[in-house]
Write a protein that binds this ligand. Structure first.
Ligand code: PMM
Length: 294
């Protein structure tokens, strides 16, 4: 039985999309063995948890039906669980969440925070699994129209707080709930940066935070050359830089397409935040730098 890892530092959730159309890795891991191999590789390079998704949420994506979604994810979760790799299920559907947890998933990652499926929160209350409630305003086909805020930080906090209350009212144990501001979901680049700038406001909701920034469009805009956004596969370094900042700010987890560089960034942030031991030999290094030897 795999459990939710508690690594004592910011956790790395590796992304494994078993979909034909996700924005970064769509179509790469549709075959079960290719998907399991990629999940094993993510785990081997440092992912604490592998997040398996069977439905793309890219802006404008057409929804997969429940049966297709379940058939994509369950064998992959079974394969990874057999190999001892902890998994989460990225789904908005209660029936997929239930099947995925039966197959071994230890966390339900619901990008709709319980809004897309009226049965989700009650189903999660009965499962032995943690629950990520992400901020969401509507399905991908309407997302762009819903990206309108007078005060994005206050509104996302208020709407996430409502989802937390709804989960608690449905019987989900508070200690199992993690919150996520949902970067890029009904949010422009400016909204994403405003939320990242105010992690303290999100943290004041009293639950651990998960942040999914990896390769998203706001990095493409930030790093654009002339008029062309930076291509998806060339946004990784910016994501790693953000991971270091997020780890230094104490977020619970980051959801990323690679694992090793993010683990390295977390190690740097952890060490940077820890005062170095005051040992006499440290002073030798300082003198060398003063002499120009460094
Ligand atoms: N982003 C995507 C999918 N699932 N889950 C959480 N909790 N947070 C996110 O930001 C998030 C998510 C979209 O990205 P993908 O297509 O690379 O999976």
């Amino acid at each position: 039985m795999t459990r939710l890892p508690q690594p004592g530092r910011t956790l790395v959730m590796g992304i494994l999309n078993v979909t034909p159309d996700s924005f970064s890795d769509g179509g790469e891991f549709l075959a079960v063995d290719a998907a399991v191999r990629h999940g094993l590789a993510l785990h081997a390079e440092g992912a604490d948890l592998v997040d398996v998704g069977g439905e793309s949420t890219r802006p404008g994506a057409v929804r997969a039906d429940a049966q297709t979604e379940r058939a994509r994810v369950v064998p992959v979760i079974e394969g990874l669980t057999r190999a001892g790799v902890p998994t989460s299920i990225d789904t908005m559907r209660a029936e997929v969440a239930v099947a995925a947890v039966a197959a071994g998933a230890v966390l339900v990652n619901d990008v709709s925070g319980g809004l897309a499926d009226p049965d989700m929160l009650a189903a999660v209350a009965d499962l032995d699994a943690s629950y990520v409630a992400m901020h969401w305003r509507g399905h991908s086909d309407r997302m762009a129209d819903l990206a309108s805020y007078a005060d994005v930080v206050a509104e996302v906090c208020a709407e996430l707080s409502d989802r937390l209350d709804a989960a608690l009212a449905a019987g989900v144990d508070r200690e199992r709930i993690i919150l996520d501001p949902g970067l890029g979901f009904a949010k422009t680049a400016a909204h994403n940066w405003a939320l990242l700038h105010r992690l303290d406001a999100l943290a004041s909701l009293g639950r651990p935070l998960l942040i999914g920034a990896s390769r998203k469009r706001f990095f493409g805009e930030l790093l654009a050359d002339a008029d062309a956004p930076r291509p998806v596969r060339e946004r990784e370094d910016a994501g790693v830089a953000l991971t270091a900042l997020l780890a230094a700010a104490g977020v619970w987890g980051v959801r990323t397409h690679t694992a090793r560089p993010h683990r390295d960034a977390i190690a740097v942030a952890s060490r940077w935040g820890t005062p170095p031991p005051a040992r006499p030999q440290d002073r030798v290094g300082e003198e060398e730098v003063a002499d120009g030897a460094g």
